[in-house]
Design a protein around this ligand. Sequence first.
Ligand SMILES: [Zn+2]
Length: 507
Amino acid sequence: MNILPKPFRIDVAEGSFAFRSDAKVATDIPVIASLFGGADAASPVRFVKGDTEWDYVLRITPKGVTALAATDEGLFHAAVTLLQLAGEAGETDLPACTVYDKPRYAYRAGMIDVCRHFFDVDTVKKLIDSMALFKFNHLHFHLSDDQGFRLRIDALPKLHQVGSERKGTCGDGKPTGGYYTKAQIKEIVDYAAERYIEIVPEIDLPGHTRAIVAAYPELSCSGKPTEVASWFGIHSKILCTGKEKVYEALDVIFREMSEMFPCKLFHLGGDEVAKLEWAKCPDCAAVYKREGLKNLEELQGYFTNKAINILKKYGKTPVLWNEALKSDVLDESAVVQYWTTDRASAERVAKAVCEEGRRVVMSRCNPYYLDYPCGTHSLKAMYMLEPAEELGKSAEAGILGVECPLWTEHISETEELFRHFYPRALAVAEAGWSAPGKDYADFEERLKGVLFLLDRRDVPYIPVAECNPGKIKSALQTAAFGLKMQRGCDPSSARNWRSMSLKQPKF
Ligand SMILES: [Zn+2]
């Protein structure tokens, strides 16, 4: 049966039920009715709330279909399973069976970067709508980076007036920009909630903040004016750790964002922090000396924990990219998102899980980053990654879930955005939901059987036949991607990159 992600258990019985996906179903949940032909209490296809230990139970008998779940979300999951079973024709004899299903992980996410390129509300909603069909339940929304700040914060209006616009992209000389109003964010959050998806907002701190610093230069170490970055890579103009007004600004941003985003999780970034300016700054030096710090990682740790303490006032749980663990002082409440591929980081994350009880989201760059071409991160490689293996058996209990991030340095068109996301993200949807155990041929078969759901919604995707290129094509795609990345980087990027591992300040 073509169900993706693969359900926990299917018990097959005798007989079948003739089902049309455009027939009405008995439900009082509008989004479920909208997946079929509408609602009718007399329909033999019924969605019923009731006690069960499963996320949902879907029972098909010759007389009808009954979906049972303790929550509306469980019933929605049953509905998308039924929709997949109905198949492309939308009309089929469903084999009598009972599907018992539950997710492996509580957190199943995709991420989009709307900073490097901005995508409008309709595109974000289309992504959410399609993700929900595969039981994703979070969308990580990367809203602030060197190349753009994408929110309206009323008390800091320059963030959108200045921080959301840049003069061009990689030398093309074409001004570009965009931001979401509060009404638009509400529209996105509500639309996602109807589909049981929560939006995890991210303000990347303290690195990747050149757009913030362009809007308010006084928040940087030098205080000198700068522009929103129009090249990619690592930038050194970032927030100062020693100026109180930086933390006051964060308080304003977190307060307004907490009103916009009801999700308990709130991403604070923490990756790729160039430390050049800190090492020369008298305000950073004052903190360093006052706090008795031993290196610049500890200075980042000081900054991050101060930001976390502000965030806690608004009842949020911080999430940070795994570099934030390097300080050894990261607040114990923080969830860590593992993305780097080096052994030392994996060991550090595993240690944090085992010894500190920290929870972790698995999104190893290789192969989960969707901006890479299939030749670098193939569908098969994404499917075959077993999230629990990376950190070792003893860390397995700390895994909150999985996420596939889509960075958009070199993705500016909506069609490209979706083609990078699908169908590879569905390998991650399965890793997040289904019990361990891999069978790629079976996965690919089921995948082909559910892609009609994307066709119906005009969601572009890469044909499955192109998702696992051979050696030569892969090498060519990898080389072309590497060149594109390199050519898109700011000239100062290599120097700034090296400064990320700068240990001792000059003061
Ligand atoms: Zn400073």
